[in-house]
Design a binder for this molecule. Structure first.
Ligand code: VGL
Ligand code: ZN
Length: 235
C-alpha cells in the first residue's frame, strides 16, 4: 500500500513537471515608450493617443505581467544628433518627407530620442525592466526593429531572449505602424511565437496602423485587443 502511494505521488509530480516544461517561457517587449513619442511629455514626435492615461495603462499592464512572472524587456530609440532619419540633417527637406536611404524608403522625422536628452527617457518604472535594448545609434541607418537596424546589424535582443529561454514574446508600445510592427515581425523571423496587444499600442497614422495589424496577422502573430493573462498562456 505504502509503495503504491509513493508511486502515485512520483507519477503525479512527473506529470506536473512535464506540463510545466511544455509551457513555453514568455517574455514581454515594451517598445519605445519614451517621452518624445508621447503627448504626455509634449514629445517632438508625439503619437496620437499617448496621453497620461495611456502611459498609466501601459505601466499597469506591465506590472501585472511582471507579477505573473514574465521578464520585461524594453526597447529604447537612442539616436545621435546627426542621425539620418532626422529631416534637419537633410537641407531643404521637411518633417515626414520620404527619401531613399541605402535604396530603401526613409521617412524623415523630427529630431527625437536624442541620446542623453529627457525626450529619450523610458516612461516606465526602471525596476520593472530586466533589460533595455537600445537601437538606432548608427547615424547612417534607422532601426525600427528592436532586433536589428536597416543595415542588418543585430542588437542584443535575440541573445538576451535566448539566454533567458524565452520562446514566446508579448509585444506592445509605440508606434504600432513602425517600431512595434518591425519588432514583432522580426521576432517571428527569429522563431518566437508573438502576441501583440493592440490597445496597449499607439500608431502614427490610422491607415498604416491597420496595414501593420493585417500584416502581423498574416505572419501568424496573435493580435489581442487587451491584455488577457489567460489568452497569453494558451495562444
Ligand atoms: C519610431 C519613428 C522613428 C517608433 C522610432 O518608435 O515607432 N518611429 N523612430
Ligand atoms: Zn527613431
Amino acid at each position: 500500500m505504502k509503495r503504491w502511494g509513493v508511486f502515485c505521488i512520483v507519477t503525479i509530480l512527473m506529470l506536473i513537471g512535464g506540463w510545466a516544461m511544455a509551457a513555453e517561457k514568455i517574455g514581454v517587449i515594451v517598445v519605445d515608450v519614451q517621452g518624445d513619442f508621447t503627448k504626455f511629455k509634449n514629445g517632438s514626435l508625439a503619437v496620437e493617443g499617448t496621453d497620461e492615461a495611456y502611459i498609466k495603462a501601459v505601466e499597469e499592464a506591465t506590472r501585472r505581467l511582471k507579477s505573473a512572472g514574465y521578464p520585461i524587456y524594453a526597447t529604447q530609440d537612442w539616436h545621435p544628433k546627426n542621425h539620418a532619419s532626422f529631416f534637419t540633417n537633410h537641407p531643404g527637406k521637411k518633417a515626414f518627407d520620404v527619401i531613399k536611404l541605402h535604396g530603401k524608403d526613409q521617412v524623415l522625422w523630427p529630431p527625437h530620442c536624442v541620446q542623453n536628452t529627457p525626450g529619450a527617457e523610458i516612461l516606465l518604472d526602471q525596476k520593472l525592466l530586466k533589460a533595455v535594448v537600445k537601437k538606432g545609434m548608427d547615424p547612417q541607418y534607422d532601426s525600427y526593429s528592436g532586433f536589428q537596424d536597416d543595415g542588418g546589424k543585430k542588437t542584443d535582443m535575440d541573445k538576451i531572449l535566448k539566454k533567458d529561454g524565452i520562446k514566446k514574446v508579448v509585444v506592445y508600445g509605440i508606434a504600432t505602424d513602425y517600431c512595434v510592427r518591425a519588432t514583432a515581425l522580426d521576432a517571428v523571423t527569429a522563431g518566437y511565437k508573438v502576441i501583440m496587444i493592440k490597445n496597449l499600442s499607439r500608431g502614427v497614422a490610422p491607415d498604416t496602423s491597420q496595414k501593420a495589424i493585417d500584416e502581423m496577422k498574416s505572419r501568424g502573430i496573435v493580435i489581442l485587443e487587451d491584455l488577457d493573462l489567460e489568452k497569453i498562456k494558451t495562444n
